[in-house]
Every structure is written in C-alpha cells, then in structure tokens.
Ligand binder design. Sequence first.
Ligand SMILES: Nc1ncnc2c1ncn2[C@@H]1O[C@H](COP(=O)(O)OP(=O)(O)OP(=O)(O)O)[C@@H](O)[C@H]1O
Ligand SMILES: [Mg+2]
Length: 256
Amino acid sequence: MKFPTTVVKTRELGKTFDNIKAVYGLTFNLVQGEILGLLGPNGAGKTTTIQLLLGLTTYDAGEVSILGMDPTRQRREVLSRVNFSSAYTSMPTNLTVWENLNVFSLLYGVKNRKKKIEEVLERLKITEARHKVTGMLSSGQLTRLNLCKALLNDPEVLFLDEPTASLDPDIADVVRQTLQGLRRERGMAMLYTSHNMYEVEELCDRVIFLHHGHEVARGTPDEVKLAMNEKSLEGVFVRIARGGDVETAGNGDGRN
Ligand SMILES: Nc1ncnc2c1ncn2[C@@H]1O[C@H](COP(=O)(O)OP(=O)(O)OP(=O)(O)O)[C@@H](O)[C@H]1O
Ligand SMILES: [Mg+2]
C-alpha cells in the first residue's frame, strides 16, 4: 500500500507573544490531497499557525517542515511551491484585477502568464471583472481575486485563512467546488480555517480544534462529533468556545 506524501509536518510548534501563548504544543501532519480544517474561536491561534508555517512569524518552540524544507531557512524555495489566501489581505487598489494578477505572475515567474491568468479568473468565475480597478471590487470579488492570486504558481500546498468569510452562499459554493476540483485534479493539499461549520463539514477530511493556542479536539468531522456527543460541528464549536470539557478525538495521538 502506498502512503500519501506528507507535505506539512509540525512537531510541538509554539509561539509566544509577550505573555500570550498564541500557539503551543501543536503537532500534526498534512498529506498530499488532504484538506485539513484548523478551527477554533477568535484568538485560538489559527492565523498565527498559518503565519508560522509560511515563515511570516518565527516560531520559538518546536519544528516545522514544509515539502521537506525548513520555511525559515529555505523561505524562497518553500514560497515558490506553496501559496496563501485570506479574505483580509489587500492588493494595490489602483491596479485592475488583470494588472494585479500580472504583477504576481511576474513575481512568481509564471511561464504562460496570459493563459494562466485567464484560467484562474475562469475557475473563480470573475472573468467579467478583469478590467475593474481593484479598489472598486465588492468584498466577494476581492476575496476571489485573492484566491486567483494564490493559484497562479500552481501551489502544492495552499494555506487558506477564512477564504470564504465575505462570500454569498452561491459564490462560497463556487469556491468550495474550485478547491475540491484542485484537490482532485492535482492532489493539492490545503490547510483551511473557517468559522462556517457547514462548510467545514463539506470540505474538510479532518479537523483540529484549537482553543487558547492548543489542540483540544482532532479527527474527521464525524469522529469529533461522536467523541463529544454532539450532532453537529457547530455544537462542538460552541462547546469548545464556552470552555466545556473536551477530549481529543480521532487521530489525537499526535502522529497525524
Ligand atoms: N503580532 C501579535 N502580537 C501580539 N499578540 C498577537 C499577535 N498576533 C496574534 N496575537 C495573539 O495571539 C492569539 C492568537 O491570535 P490569532 O490571530 O492566531 O487567532 P485566530 O485563531 O486566527 O483568531 P480569529 O478567529 O479571530 O481570526 C491572540 O490572543 C492574539 O491576540
Ligand atoms: Mg485568524
């Protein structure tokens, strides 16, 4: 039996800001073709974890390996093979959608730029907005532009920090279908944060719940619900947020 390749590996990862343990003792693997949900209440440590993995913030405990490399020491190489999207990042507002994507394609060294930009615009269904100035986009269009940017370099791993936060249900569905398509076609792996538990159940193979910087539950959505005797992931979330008793579920032994 062939085991899928591990693309992201953390061991006892930790980061403290002043006196706040933003993340601590976080150990997990993300494998090729997997969508792993990193969940938890506001301030749980999700964005910090993604920033640590991207090398945007330095970790002060533990180890990280991305595609077999250290993201702080081999930053360039790692960044050329991964990408990131968030509903909250911004791009130059005076450039058009096309111009912004062209700038990023140049930065990434994309070979056939025109074809690639057309492809990503089509995938996210914003071709009709390509000549719009970025500052005039609706927040849903801006979110999709950010996702287009993240697909330009054909990343092997995609870090998604609340990518659907401002989308209407129709477009959120387009985004989910796109992500599922990319996973199916290319085995792209994704680390995904969202506060929309319906979406998480539909998209994620496994989830890790964080609370106050450390893991409190892990497993497939069904395993976590079963372990916490909740009917929905929403119920699990609310219990965790309110500090109810939590037992680590599913693959919570730290090996995966
Ligand atoms: N640069 C920073 N300096 C100081 N504290 C920080 C910094 N970044 C994050 N924190 C703190 O670390 C903790 C984790 O924050 P983080 O942004 O990772 O949470 P999150 O899970 O992404 O929350 P949200 O759901 O609100 O996006 C919070 O207590 C936050 O205040
Ligand atoms: Mg966050």
